[in-house]
Design a protein around this ligand. Structure first.
Ligand SMILES: [Fe+2]
Length: 272
């Protein structure tokens, strides 16, 4: 067994996790795919440019259940890993994930193991006001997604390896669990309104952009930094060790309940 107690973002973590076998490749065509309702899976900065290319490059590889689930606090905790390829989409958009909305009870935490990514999150706060955050993350950096928020990962320097854990905390009513969503792409990616915001390459590294409707609704975005409560809750050994041992997950739950925003439903009448 490889020693996991070597700290967040360590080479040991990366070697262990990337050696775990094949994952599911997500390609440019997955970003362009439409759901049963005819809506695209995501907003693209330049969909015409993306459709015009002959190739269908792999943008990232998702390794679901990279580690065995951990049973803690009456819930199953799952662990995934994604490897994002460097580069840009046709039209200058950073290589990226599809993006999706988490469930209202879902606690999801990311740790970058190598490379650099831009984590974009969006939600409506307790007063219904839109919040758009971005956080540039390097090895060892942590991100917690607010409950019921939307999030997308874009690549700043790749390959970028990102580990994450997630569960559904008890006590919140919801239509389906995050596990169910993870197993059904139609629900995970196409059952909610798109956030029409993404990131393009610029002289300073990246710029958030979006459709006129998206920019009007979400604004310019605010830089977020890793919260101190999250670092303290995860601990010095990092997220892989936290998941594997399961001993300190109660500390993470308590901190998340105290500090992590709970998004409100999309305001009535504004949903496209
Ligand atoms: Fe998620």
């Amino acid at each position: 067994m490889t020693d996991l107690a070597t700290g967040p973002g360590s080479n040991a973590d990366t070697a262990l996790l990337t050696a775990a076998g094949d994952g599911v490749n997500r390609r440019l065509s997955d970003l362009l795919a439409t759901g049963a309702n005819g809506d695209p899976a995501c907003y693209l900065a330049d969909p015409d440019a993306a459709r015009a290319v002959d190739s269908d490059p792999v943008l990232y590889t998702a390794h679901r259940d990279i580690l065995p689930p951990t049973r803690a606090l009456g819930a199953e905790w799952f662990a995934d890993l994604c490897t994002y390829q460097p580069g840009q989409l046709p039209g200058g958009e950073l290589n990226r994930s599809i993006g999706h909305w988490n469930t209202p009870a879902q606690l999801e935490v990311f740790e970058v193991l190598s490379g650099r990514v831009l984590m974009i999150t969006a939600w409506h706060d307790s007063s219904g006001s839109p919040v758009l955050n971005w956080q540039a993350c390097g090895p060892g950096d942590l991100v917690a997604v607010p409950f019921a928020a939307w999030h997308q990962t874009s690549v700043l320097d790749g390959p970028a390896v990102v580990f994450n854990i997630y569960t559904d905390l008890p006590g919140t009513e919801q239509q389906h669990t995050s596990r169910h969503a993870a197993q059904h792409a139609e629900i995970k990616y196409r059952s909610s309104a798109r956030v029409e915001i993404t990131a393009i390459r610029s002289a300073t590294g990246f710029t958030l952009t979006g459709s006129p409707r998206g920019r009007d609704h979400w604004g310019r975005g605010v830089q977020a930094v890793e919260p101190a409560w999250l670092r303290e809750a995860v601990g010095s050994d990092g997220l892989v060790a936290l998941h594997t041992s399961g001993d300190q997950l109660s500390r993470l739950v308590d901190a998340a309940r105290a500090h992590l925003p709970q998004a409100q439903p999309w305001p009535e009448g504004e949903r496209p």
